[in-house]
Design a protein around this ligand. Structure first.
Ligand code: MLT
Length: 199
């Protein structure tokens, strides 16, 4: 899988970055630096091209996902992470997912399908990625959700449904609401930064 790796402070967390539709692995690097300047960075490039726009899984229409593709690619990314952990000498118990939009949806799908692959997750503008998912315990996994009350793609009911799915599995979910649409605000990144600093 195409990616970019930057080593951080030894023994510290690794931020695994998942860009949004039409993005590239570099997009979330400034966000990662703000979230935790000492972290290692493993920034992934989505392998699906939708009219030239890169994504992490196929969709049939806006908000209508090819669920078989979501599941297959979630599995592939999990396998890739295992290889990356071994080849870069990372601590597998210190992986933090950071995703925006389509990338947040993939990180959410991996969490719902495979449990705590990540120790924690920061998901900006995510939505419920799959209709049915197994009840795999998330054992207090800290998850930050960033959501916009005026997001036309992810309506607040959808954010609440995702929040509920994750909480029911035992995750410690914090949702940050902003008044904008489907975008990433500096304030929510700063809120996620303090979320990651809270022990
Ligand atoms: C998706 O397709 O994952 C979501 O609709 C978000 C987007 O990429 O527009």
């Amino acid at each position: 899988m195409k990616h970019l790796f930057e080593a951080g402070k030894p023994g510290h967390r690794t931020l695994v970055l998942f860009h949004g539709t039409g993005g590239k692995e570099r997009d979330l690097i400034p966000v990662a630096k703000l979230l935790d300047g000492e972290a290692s960075i493993l920034a992934l490039r989505g392998e699906v091209s939708e009219n030239g726009m890169l994504r992490f899984f196929r969709r049939l229409a806006e908000g209508v996902f090819d669920e078989a593709d979501v599941m297959a690619r979630a599995q592939d990314i999990k396998a890739f992470l295992e290889e990356a952990v071994a080849s870069y000498g990372l601590d597998p118990s210190q992986l933090t997912a950071v995703g925006y939009s389509n990338g947040a949806n993939m990180a959410a799908a991996m969490t719902l399908l495979h449990g705590p692959v990540f120790a924690e997750a920061v998901l900006f503008a995510p939505m419920v990625p799959l209709k049915d998912t197994p009840e795999i315990p998330l054992k207090g996994m800290p998850i930050f959700l960033g959501a916009g009350t005026n997001d036309p793609i992810v309506v607040p009911e959808n954010t609440r449904a995702l929040e509920e799915l994750l909480r029911r599995r035992g995750a410690a979910v914090k949702t940050y609401w902003h008044g904008e649409g489907h975008r990433l605000t500096r304030e929510e990144v700063l809120a996620a930064q303090s979320f990651l600093q809270t022990p």
